[in-house]
Design a protein around this ligand. Structure first.
Ligand code: HPA
Length: 269
């Protein structure tokens, strides 16, 4: 495993125009921020040695090296989801590689269903914590040093970055919510009873990604920051049929606000 990570990292290093310390994962359909990146090198996942192979058409995915404002960054456009059939090791392989490339801060975005009754469709939720409700922990198995066997998770989402996000959102007049993201394996959306259960567990939003990547990033000592776009509501009395199309539509509408916050944070952090 470790030799594969190193092999992929050295392959990428030969092609990297700079040595960025910041990376962004743009959830599927959340590529708006990538339009603002001055792209220097773009590599489809399928060309990267040892990268999981995407089986879903239209889910190509690419690594983008470039500049956002004055900062060198790596952007992952598209991610690997557990529900697609990838193992947790595959889902989080890019994080291990990015750690090897010298990434110190990771920004993540996703679409999620709101379980907090005060949320509305289109809200941006700054992730303050998560609940791993996936069937496996990505650190299952032999430990990959130098990360500890039993990693601390008391501050999975960096509090300084959360503060900075609040400050930037206030400056820009963008309303944000805070909340706990619960990750499920999907691919089903929730039944009304499941939404209710997750709300009682302490979740404000539920989605099918992010948790594995953040666990591995923290294991590597990478600082994490995440925003969920609330694309549907799992709240009693407000539950309607969830379709992928509606999720995409709500995500599209909210993307520019999310991109504005992320962009400014990356410039200042
Ligand atoms: N549940 C799980 N994942 C999601 C949802 C949801 O309601 N909305 C967008 N991704």
């Amino acid at each position: 495993m470790y030799s594969k990570i190193q092999e992929t990292a050295s392959w990428l290093k030969e092609r990297m125009p700079a040595r960025p310390e910041t990376a962004i994962i743009l959830g599927t359909g959340l590529g708006r921020l990538s339009e603002e990146i001055k792209k220097e090198v773009v590599i489809p996942y399928k060309e990267i040695p040892n990268f999981p192979v995407s089986t879903v058409e239209g889910h190509e995915g690419k690594f983008i090296f470039g500049k956002l404002g004055s900062k060198d960054i790596i952007a992952m456009e598209g991610r690997f989801h557990y529900y697609e059939g990838y193992s947790m090791k595959e889902v989080t392989f890019p994080i291990r590689v990015m750690n090897e490339l010298g990434i110190k801060t990771l920004f993540v975005s996703n679409a999620a269903g709101g379980t907090n009754p005060s949320f509305r469709i289109g809200d941006l939720m700054i992730i303050t914590d998560h609940i791993n409700f996936m069937p496996e922990n990505p650190l299952h198995g032999p430990n990959i040093p130098p990360g500890p066997r039993f990693p601390d998770m008391s501050e999975a989402y960096n509090t300084d970055l959360i503060e900075l996000a609040d400050q930037i959102a206030a400056e820009q007049g963008i309303k944000v919510k805070h909340g706990v993201y619960l990750g499920t394996q999907g691919p089903t959306y929730e039944t009304p009873s499941e939404y209710r259960m997750f709300a009682r567990f302490g979740a404000d939003a539920v989605g099918m990604s992010t948790v594995p990547e953040v666990i591995v990033a923290r294991h590597c000592g990478i600082r994490c920051f995440g925003i969920s776009i609330i694309t549907d509501l799992g709240v009693n009395g407000k539950i309607v049929k969830v379709t992928h199309e509606n999720v995409q539509k709500a995500a599209n509408e909210a993307q520019p606000r999310m991109a504005a916050i992320m962009k400014e944070m990356i410039n200042r952090s």
